[in-house]
Design a protein around this ligand. Structure first.
Ligand SMILES: [Zn+2]
Ligand SMILES: [Zn+2]
Length: 166
């Protein structure tokens, strides 16, 4: 079995996390971690499985799920639920560690953007509520430019708000 590609510092960090928990650092777990750390994207389990296969490896879905669970618990990876009926996984310490998400309801494309305003909101929350923000999550759902240009329209049946728009 090939071990090429396993050398990402985050994969080694994950290995240390597993050892600290007394869990075995298996080659399969390392491959799953390496795939997730090797991209800045938002990967579904299917995406991850495809990349594993393209590396010539075979890892069962159950192992992938268990490893993702450990990666999320290690806080090296963030789990997203963009309402697609499955989860997506993202390296938390990728090139742009702090960013927000735009999710297209038509083609499911996820676009990242940075928002300085969110820091202002955190500061205001701290001042007004005496709350100490640690992290936040901002997801905006709608139509991407391509889908709008293709003429896609969203049905206006209770998507955002139960009040009927005329
Ligand atoms: Zn779209
Ligand atoms: Zn992201």
């Amino acid at each position: 079995m090939s071990t090429q590609g396993i050398g990402d510092p985050f994969t080694r960090l994950f290995g240390r996390y597993l050892r600290d928990l007394g869990l075995p650092v298996t080659q399969q777990r390392e491959v799953v971690a390496d795939v997730v750390f090797g991209t800045d994207g938002h990967l579904s389990v299917d995406d991850i499985e495809r990349q594993i296969r393209s590396r010539g490896e075979r890892i069962g879905k159950a192992t992938i799920y268990r490893t993702l669970d450990l990666l999320v618990r290690s806080r090296l990876v963030e789990e997203h639920d963009f309402g697609e009926g499955f989860k997506r996984y993202e390296h938390r310490l990728s090139r742009h560690p702090v960013h927000e998400h735009l999710i297209c309801l038509e083609c499911a494309k996820v676009t990242e953007f940075e928002s300085n305003e969110m820091y202002g909101i955190e500061n205001r929350v701290r001042a007004e509520h005496g709350f100490a923000p640690a992290r936040h999550r901002l997801e905006i759902y709608g139509l991407c430019r391509e889908c709008q240009e293709a003429g896609v329209e969203l049905p206006n049946e209770g998507l955002m708000c139960p009040i009927e728009t005329v």
